[in-house]
Design a protein around this ligand. Structure first.
Ligand code: TXA
Ligand code: MG
Length: 337
């Protein structure tokens, strides 16, 4: 199969919509990361998503909608708080776990009776959903376990020849995936995956936004897994990632004391001169770091890095999402200096 690179204009989107209507898979730009899209109600097409990515069958897909009328078609028992959050944060990087309607096949929900629903804000994604007239199932468009794609070329690198097309909608503005939440009661949500919408933003609308312990820690034996994605190693480049917490001077001392072949550092803007190893910088504030993180991890592999020492971000605001992706990329190898 040859993977087409389509432009994000009406001709490109119509071509992509026709492919999806015929059961094929298309890379879709969103404001968070690129997704690999298919008709959420077509079990064979959805099976193709799992096969193309090498994704475990018990890890459910997010279902994307383009307007509020689509929500009650796919979800049931929708709490009032979900409508309030949708009004504030949709279209945008928030995924809500809701009870699913029977039209969503079990393969899409990984066998669960719930689905994650999100209305993305990228105009090409909204246009694609409207043109197909379908809710679109779309996990991040990477090979399972690898950093998510934030550019069309990342999707081509991972999935060329395995999917029909990718719509090139430019670089993703947010750069990390959506915040995934479930509902605890009428005024409390639980954050299962931190992302583009922060805990502070959520708690302004709901009374409380609890951070699930699995966000900052590895799953322990016997612990409740509220989102299957928590179980799997994620976001890892081929290089070994080591996350280092502490002051910049201590970071430099630590890294300079660990010489070796193909050792790299991932640091903040304006840093790196004091290091004996090559460094790439990934921004200076939480939003900038979110925007750059995945493309920097991919760049490390392209440069042939074997070990990457990473300056740990502040786990605040969207920085919590950056930190969460990095501890997983590092397989929880975190060093305090
Ligand atoms: O920003 C995003 O969310 C991107 C773009 C493409 O929309 N999508 C994305 O999908 O990151 P994916 O499949 O890579 O991550 C979805 C996460 C997984 O961790 C999955 O376990 C969780 O959401 N999830 C999906 N449905 C769920 C459900 N019914 N219950 C609990 N967790 C769910
Ligand atoms: Mg993913």
């Amino acid at each position: 199969m040859k993977t087409l690179l389509l432009s994000a204009d009406s001709a490109g989107i119509e071509k992509a919509a026709a492919l999806i209507k015929n059961g094929f898979l298309v890379g879709m730009p969103t404001e968070t990361v690129y997704g690999l899209a298919a008709d959420a109600c077509d079990p064979e097409a959805v099976a193709g998503i799992f096969a193309a990515k090498g994704r475990p069958a018990d890890n459910p897909l997010i279902v994307h909608i383009a307007d509020m009328n689509m929500l009650p078609e796919i979800a049931d028992d929708i709490p009032d708080l979900a409508y309030k959050l949708a009004e504030k944060f949709w279209p945008g990087p928030l995924t809500m776990i809701l009870k699913k309607k029977p039209c969503i096949p079990d393969i899409t929900s990984g066998g669960l009776d719930t689905i994650g629903v999100r209305m993305p804000s990228h105009p090409a994604a909204l246009e694609l959903i409207r043109t197909t007239g379908c809710a679109l199932a779309a996990p991040s468009g990477n090979i399972s376990g690898y950093p998510s794609p934030t550019k069309a070329e990342h999707m081509i690198r991972d999935l060329d020849g395995r999917i029909s097309a990718v719509i090139d909608g430019g670089e993703c503005s947010v750069g990390v995936e959506s915040t995934v939440i479930s509902f605890e009661n009428e005024n409390t949500v639980r954050i299962l995956r931190p992302g583009g919408i922060t805990q502070e933003q959520l708690s302004q609308v709901s009374g409380e936004a609890i951070i699930d312990p699995a966000i900052l820690n590895d799953i322990q034996e016997g612990q409740i897994v509220r989102s299957p994605g928590m179980k799997y190693q994620h976001y890892s480049p081929a290089a070994r990632v080591v996350l280092i917490e502490g002051a910049y001077s201590d970071f430099c001392q630590y890294v300079n004391g660990k010489p070796g072949d193909n050792v790299y550092a991932l640091v903040f803007d304006g840093e790196g001169d004091e290091l004996d190893v090559p460094a790439i910088s990934y921004g200076c504030d939480d939003a900038g770091q979110a925007h750059m993180l995945f493309s920097c991890l991919r760049e490390m592999d392209e440069r042939g890095a074997e070990t990457v020492y990473v300056r740990a971000p502040e786990p605040k605001g969207i920085g919590l999402a950056v930190y969460n992706r990095l501890i997983r990329a590092a397989g929880f190898e975190v060093i305090q200096v």
